[in-house]
Design a protein around this ligand. Structure first.
Ligand code: SF4
Length: 310
């Protein structure tokens, strides 16, 4: 998951009590107007080679008493809250009963609430039975953001995602059957030059199986520099140029057979902003991509600064 870090002062003053966020805090772009409540800190897995989101902090779960106190503080500040986003990395690492109690507390604390969302991983979703997932959905959790990253097992292995494409498909289909809405992410360029073809084809195949409600296509980035990333993958990874990224994006889009998916490439990492429905707008997206690819004479490397150091 490559997502937005929140850049605001992360404490709330209320009745001489402070709510201090454990930084860094991330949320998807579409949660910009949501109240953020951290039930966990960090990422329990924290081993994906492309991800630096939570490498600076340790994983922990808050106590229900702390969660309750923070909900009281936040609901006092924002009584008309319609959306709550639960952080940090993966709510489904929390045990089932604690999760249910926490969601109930959120529902009680924000009477005008319309949506509760969170990050989730395929690996942890698989721990839950269909009945448990039904109950969690019925209690109020609605939207899950799942970083699939790729549908290609070689890329998932290279990136140490800790899960196969088959497990990702099973987990997502299971979550959908329980009624969750799914917003999934694929990372453009994640396989580098070596895996670009299979990354695009296998990711499209995975998405076609899942039929997500929302698909966000993000672009791999190297926040700590390309050398740092290369050391993490410990492999001969060659990053795609912008033009190659666009070609990979085109191939992925061309292979998608989605019935009713909202598509977005509007993250800070994207070069091209597309928003629309798939397959409804697929031909339009591809025509635009063809035009751009055809008329591109020179596209600077997306990682120019890093490339200079190679
Ligand atoms: S599971 Fe998500 S948050 Fe955790 S390391 Fe992987 S990409 Fe990052």
């Amino acid at each position: 998951m490559l997502l937005y870090r929140l850049c605001f002062i992360t404490f709330v003053l209320m009745n001489e009590s402070f709510l201090v966020y454990n930084e860094p805090v991330f949320r998807p772009p579409s949660e910009a107007n949501s109240v953020i409540l951290q039930i966990t800190h960090g990422c329990k897995w924290n081993q994906c080679n492309f991800c630096e989101m939570y490498t600076s902090k340790s994983y922990s779960v808050k106590s229900l008493s702390t969660i309750k106190k923070e909900i009281i503080l936040l609901s006092g500040m924002y009584p008309a809250t319609k959306r709550v986003f639960i952080g940090d990395g993966d709510l489904f690492t929390v045990d089932y009963h604690t999760m249910l109690k926490a969601i109930k507390l959120i529902k009680e604390g924000f009477p005008a609430l319309q949506r509760i969302s969170t990050y989730a991983s395929s690996r942890e979703l698989m721990r839950f039975s269909p009945e448990q997932l039904n109950e969690i959905k019925a209690t109020g959790l609605d939207l899950l953001y799942i970083g699939l990253e790729s549908g290609d097992d070689a890329v998932l292995k290279l990136m140490n995602k800790g899960v196969s494409a088959e497990i990702q498909a099973k987990a997502c289909i299971k979550a959908k059957a329980a009624g969750f809405r799914l917003s999934v992410m694929i990372l453009n360029g994640l396989g580098g030059k070596q895996h670009t073809l299979n990354h695009a084809l296998s990711s499209a195949a995975l998405l076609n199986k899942i039929q997500p409600d929302i698909l966000a296509l993000l672009v791999i980035s190297f926040p700590y520099g390309y050398e740092h990333f290369r050391a993490r993958v410990n492999a001969n990874f060659e990053p795609l140029s912008q033009l190659e990224m666009l070609k990979e994006m085109r191939l992925l889009l061309s292979k998608l057979e989605l019935e009713q998916t909202v598509f977005r490439s509007d993250h800070a990492s994207n070069y091209l902003v597309f928003k629309g429905g798939l397959n409804r707008d697929k031909d339009r997206f591809i025509k635009q991509l063809d035009h751009i690819i055809e008329h591109t004479i020179h596209v600077p490397s997306p990682h120019l600064n890093e490339s200079k150091r190679l």
